[in-house]
Design a protein around this ligand. Structure first.
Ligand SMILES: C[S@@+](CC[C@H](N)C(=O)[O-])C[C@H]1O[C@@H](n2cnc3c(N)ncnc32)[C@H](O)[C@@H]1O
Length: 239
C-alpha cells in the first residue's frame, strides 16, 4: 500500500495537481478557500503551488497557536499547513514537516526558499514515515495531520508514536475522511482507493478508539462535509 501511496503522491507533485481524477471535485486553492484558510496566505502562495494542496479540513480553526510552540506537520505534502503554522510562530518556535514522498519534501522546501523566505528560519522538512517519527520523546506542543492518517496502514503504531513525541499537555489535530458505513465491494478493486484516503478511512468510533488506546485523554470530534460513504472530520486528542 505504501508503494501505491508513494506512486500516487509522486504523480501529484510531478503533474502539479492534487486532482488527477479528471472529476471536478474541489481541490487546491478552491478547497482551501472553502476550508477557510487565511486569505493573506491564499494571496502570498502562488496559485500553481495551491494546486497540490490535498487536505481534508482546516486544523487551524481548532487551535489558538502560541508563538513559542514546536509543531509537527505529519504528511506535510507541499507544505501548506507548515506555512500556516510558521506564520503564528516567533523566532523561538519551529515547525517540522515530514513526508513519505521525497518530491513533496523538495516542493515544500522550494515554497519557503522562493515565496516564504522570511519564515525559512523556523521551518525544516524531512523525508520520514509517519509510523516511525525520527524525533526524541516529549518535543512537540502540536502535531497536525491533514489527510494523512487514513493512508497509514498501521494507524495504531503511528498514533502511539505521535503520543510519544508530544509534550505533556500537547495535542494532535487530525483532519481526515471518516467512513460512515461499510464500503461496497468495488472499492476493494480500485487500485487508488487506499491512496485517496478512502479504503483506509476509519469510522468515527474506530478513530476515537485509536486515539484513546494511544493514550490521548480528551478527544474532541467535529464533523465536516458528507460525501456518499464518507465525511470529512476533525479529531483532537490531548496528551
Ligand atoms: C492527501 S495528501 C495531504 C498532504 C498535505 N497534508 C495537505 O494538506 O496538502 C497525503 C500526504 O501524506 C503523505 N503520506 C502518505 N503516507 C505517509 C506516511 N506513511 N508517512 C508520511 N507521510 C505520508 C503523502 O505523501 C502525501 O503528501
Amino acid at each position: 500500500m505504501k508503494t501505491q501511496v508513494k506512486k500516487v503522491y509522486r504523480r501529484c507533485v510531478q503533474r502539479g495537481s492534487s486532482n488527477l481524477s479528471g472529476v471536478d471535485i474541489p481541490s487546491g486553492k478552491k478547497l482551501a478557500k472553502e476550508f477557510g484558510y487565511p486569505s493573506d496566505l491564499l494571496k502570498e502562495i502562488p496559485a500553481s503551488h495551491w494546486k497540490t494542496f490535498a487536505g481534508c479540513g482546516n486544523p487551524w480553526l481548532h487551535v489558538k497557536m502560541r508563538p513559542k510552540w514546536r509543531v509537527l506537520d505529519l504528511g506535510c505534502g507541499t507544505g501548506i499547513d507548515t506555512a500556516v503554522a510558521s506564520k503564528s510562530l516567533d523566532k523561538t518556535g519551529f515547525v517540522v514537516g515530514i513526508d513519505l514522498v521525497f518530491e513533496m519534501v523538495k516542493a515544500s522546501n522550494a515554497l519557503f526558499n522562493s515565496y516564504l523566505c522570511s519564515e525559512r528560519g523556523k521551518v525544516s522538512f524531512l523525508g520520514a514515515e509517519g509510523e516511525y517519527l525520527p524525533f526524541k520523546s516529549h518535543v512537540f506542543d502540536l502535531v497536525v495531520s491533514n489527510g494523512v492518517l487514513s493512508l497509514l496502514p498501521d494507524k495504531r503504531v503511528a498514533l502511539e508514536d505521535v503520543y510519544r513525541v508530544l509534550k505533556d499537555g500537547g495535542r494532535v489535530i487530525i483532519c481526515d475522511l471518516v467512513r460512515l458505513c461499510p464500503l461496497p465491494e468495488y472499492f476493494y478493486d480500485l487500485g487508488d482507493s487506499w491512496a485517496w484516503c478512502m479504503l483506509g478511512a476509519p469510522t468515527k468510533l474506530e478513530l476515537k478508539d485509536l486515539l484513546k488506546n494511544a493514550g490521548f485523554s480528551t478527544i474532541r470530534f467535529t464533523w465536516g462535509k458528507t460525501f456518499h460513504y464518507f465525511a470529512t472530520a476533525t479529531a483532537i486528542g490531548f496528551k
